[in-house]
Ligand binder design. Structure first.
Ligand code: HEM
Length: 356
């Protein structure tokens, strides 16, 4: 690490004046997606990340002998915790997999100890939500609201049009990447390369309190079989659930191991907390492992698991320890939206949502 980590204090967050309106706008626009998909498909789905591709159980081992700056919060004490992992793609409607989109990975770590974030008292888990890119597509809540309004307008029952559009966007992304670039917007609109989701690294994109410090998180493949899948093509053309099939096939014969990594904030200027669209430079402070996540061989997806996890479990960055408080505009905006989406889903099942 090149310089000392920045100390956490509540003053590291600096909300903008217009934030409350953007937070309410996000919640209401995402609610309109819930209503549209319920009307079209008859199911109460998540507003985003509705489709799961793998629903997995395993464990997280917190590494022993971490240096003091890394032995913080959940990672202060070595030990093993059960985890549930849900791999998804980001839209609020269930699309065929040849509409290729950013992938999400949600991790729920069981039996964690410590002061809880307000709103998650009484629960005992720490949730981490990640996507397969190092930074968020929008700087803050107000910027994200503009994107979500566009997405809400395209949430409908026209997957055929989305498949054609997605193929065009993938072509465009290849052109951009050939010229050395990468476009988060093109990827989010269906231009994500058709690669195997298990070969990707996943990132929290936003900043979190890390005990006395501030950090971003990442899950990075370490099993040779996962590393082999990095950017490996997965041809899902004509296979509506091709991503799911790929993961069922992988976990039937292999286990998966990832490093759970932390990147400490060492510079408030180059590693901003309020602007989630900035990739924190790894040459200033790299991601370093603080835990190992192991997922043994298993049946990676079934209708029964979907009933249990897709329908009755909620992952939310605000479910966790005060020591891992979500920070910055995008994270503050998430609280109301996740609560709304979970309340909407709960209303259909007539039973409590399992946060723990
Ligand atoms: C203002 C920004 C954001 C808003 C408003 C938002 C909103 C939501 C909502 C409403 C859900 C569905 C919750 C449910 O019904 O259980 C969700 C799920 C999810 N979000 Fe976000 N989100 C935001 C930013 C992010 C970021 C920065 C990441 C990670 C890099 C992320 C990753 C995920 C993932 C992985 C899921 C699926 C969780 C699962 O498997 O159940 N989101 N988001």
């Amino acid at each position: 690490m090149s310089s000392a980590p920045v100390k956490y204090s509540p003053s590291v967050e600096t909300p903008l004046e217009n934030e409350t309106a953007a937070i309410t706008g996000l919640r209401d626009t995402l609610h309109s997606i819930n209503e549209t998909t319920l009307r079209d498909g008859g199911h109460r789905l998540r507003s985003v990340h509705a489709k799961s591709h793998a629903l997995l159980s395993g464990e997280m081992e917190i590494l022993a002998n971490l240096p003091p700056a890394l032995a913080q919060g959940l990672f202060a004490k070595p030990g093993r915790h059960a985890v549930v992992m849900r791999i998804s793609t980001n839209p609020g409607d269930i699309l065929p997999d040849d509409v290729s989109l950013p992938r999400g990975m949600a991790l729920k770590v069981a039996d964690v100890e410590g002061d809880r974030l307000s709103g998650s008292e009484g629960q005992t888990t720490q949730d981490f939500l990640m996507v397969d890119g190092p930074a968020f597509g929008a700087a803050d809540a107000a910027a994200f609201l503009k994107t979500v309004k566009t997405v809400a307008k395209t949430t409908d029952k026209a997957p055929g049009a989305k498949q054609v559009f997605s193929a065009a966007m993938r072509g465009l992304e290849q052109v951009i990447e050939a010229f050395g670039g990468e476009s988060g917007t093109v990827k989010a609109l269906g231009g994500h390369p058709m690669t195997h989701p298990l070969g990707d690294a996943y990132f929290s994109q936003t900043a979190f309190r890390y005990g006395d410090f501030i950090a971003k998180f990442s899950l990075q493949p370490v099993s040779p079989e996962l590393i082999n899948l990095h950017q490996a093509p997965l041809d899902v053309r004509g296979k509506p659930n091709g991503l799911r099939d790929g993961m069922i096939e992988y976990f039937a014969t292999h286990e998966g191991e990832w490093d759970f990594c932390v990147q400490l904030c060492t510079d408030r200027e180059t590693m901003p907390i309020e602007d989630a669209s900035v990739v924190w430079p790894t040459d200033e402070c790299p991601y370093v492992p603080v835990a190992r996540v192991r997922i043994p061989r298993q049946s990676a997806w079934s209708q029964q698991l979907s009933g249990e996890i897709d329908e009755k479990v909620a992952f939310n960055p605000w479910q966790g320890l005060e020591a891992h408080r979500p920070l910055g505009s995008v994270n503050r905006a998430r609280q109301a939206s996740y609560e709304m989406s979970v309340d909407f889903r709960k209303a259909g099942y007539g039973c409590p949502m399992h946060h723990a």
